[in-house]
Design a protein around this ligand. Structure first.
Ligand SMILES: [Zn+2]
Ligand SMILES: [Zn+2]
Length: 391
């Protein structure tokens, strides 16, 4: 049903794009920005406190942001696709639903209860997903996975999705080293799964009608992060973000990423002393600008532990700027309990304050509720293109 081909390597300047690197069988983050700035003893003390709190924290109340998935609009997209260039919906945590050039694409769906190898312990989703079953959603053409952490690669959700008859032809894009997990756990054909290395570009085509084909480009880009599901597989599979492009829209999904490792209680001026990850400038240069981007903003507490692998709202705004995003949607916050020890309002408030400090209009990067739909109409993209030519 889908035709996938790897595109020839574009003329990317090697200093502009860092290839994935394996050392001793493990992938690494090749940037100084991923090195923890915490003193070892202090790091382990705080880490112990951090994971203990994570395990015993009470379920927060469902408040602050609503859950309201507009299933009618998601399903009507197939009739409106001649007018709509792109439609994107956040489903909580990193789960994101993108509709572009006739394709329905689901990213990192953690849409079951618990993000853990065990059914009774570990981080869990405390906010609803906004739909009853996958039969309520349109057919999923593509599943895209950023890395194998439990809060991004959820076996239960994928099982539920594949049980739905209309989703059985799905195509899956995942990082190097994850294909075998899919083949082991699900009744999928080898050709249904494409693994990506950093900076790989793919083209995927589907038949809209017998004579009309639809096409998008799917590219795998780096992130400053890690991978692990068990005791012995640390960093054995790759991690990264994804870029999706059609003729009239572009989208970036950052997945899970750090930007620069900073110590605890670091002021905005002080953080400038620490190295930052150069890859977002590279992504912006090669694939930008983007109409929409999903960028993580949390967790933003215990900075000395989390910042080598995660980004806080202040640095998320740097990513927004460096990739040339017209509009960014914060992800990786407000959905999973025990994942972070802070109030649900903490990361969004910090984002708004940082946007204010940066002098950017809040509409460029503001909090969405679960199910909120962002739409880019084709006539709007035409307007932008015409204006650009006039300049
Ligand atoms: Zn992760
Ligand atoms: Zn995560």
């Amino acid at each position: 049903m889908y035709n996938v081909k790897k595109l020839p390597k574009k003329l990317k300047v090697i200093s502009d794009c860092c290839p994935s690197i394996k050392k001793g069988g493990k992938f690494i983050n090749p940037w100084p920005s991923s090195k923890s700035q915490s003193k070892k003893k202090h790091f382990f003390e705080t880490y112990l406190r951090f994971i203990t709190r994570r395990s015993f924290r009470k379920q927060p109340e469902e408040k602050f942001v609503k859950v309201d998935v507009d299933l009618k609009s998601l399903n009507e997209y197939s009739q409106n696709q001649n007018d709509v260039a792109l439609q994107v919906t956040w489903l909580g945590h990193a789960a994101t639903f993108l509709q572009i050039n006739g394709f329905n694409i689901l990213f990192d769906p953690l849409l079951s209860f618990r993000a853990s190898p065990f059914p009774f312990i570990g981080p869990y989703r405390y906010r609803k997903r906004g739909f009853k079953s996958f039969s309520d959603l349109p057919q999923i053409d593509i599943l895209i996975i950023s890395h194998n952490h439990y809060d991004h690669l959820d076996k239960k959700t994928i099982k539920e999705m594949l049980e739905e008859e209309k989703n059985k032809q799905i195509h899956i894009f995942c990082p190097l080293g994850i294909k075998k997990w899919f083949l082991k756990h699900f009744n999928l054909e080898n050709k249904q799964i494409t693994e990506g290395d950093w900076w790989d570009d793919f083209e995927i085509i589907k038949n809209k009608t017998i004579s009309e084909k639809q096409k998008i480009q799917v590219s795998f880009v780096p992130a400053q992060h890690s991978s692990r599901r068990g005791l012995f597989d640390c960093n054995k599979s790759l991690w990264g973000g994804w870029v999706i492009k059609s003729d009239d829209a572009s989208f970036y999904f950052a997945g899970d990423t750090g930007y620069r490792a900073i110590p605890e209680n670091c002021s905005n001026n002080e953080r400038l002393k620490y190295p930052y990850c150069p890859l977002f400038t590279q992504i912006g240069k090669i694939y930008g600008p983007f109409d929409y981007a999903c960028i993580p903003i949390g967790p933003s507490n215990n900075t000395n532990i989390v910042t080598p692998m995660h980004v806080d709202p202040t640095d998320a705004i740097n990513i927004h700027k460096e990739i040339y995003s017209h509009h960014s949607i914060p992800i990786h916050w407000g959905t999973v309990a025990n994942f972070s020890t802070i109030e649900i309002t903490h990361d969004p408030q910090k984002l708004r304050q940082s946007m204010k400090n940066s002098g950017l209009p809040l509409e460029e990067f503001d909090v969405a509720y679960i199910g909120e739909i962002y739409r880019l109409n084709k006539k709007d993209t035409l307007k932008v293109k015409v204006n650009k030519q006039l300049q």
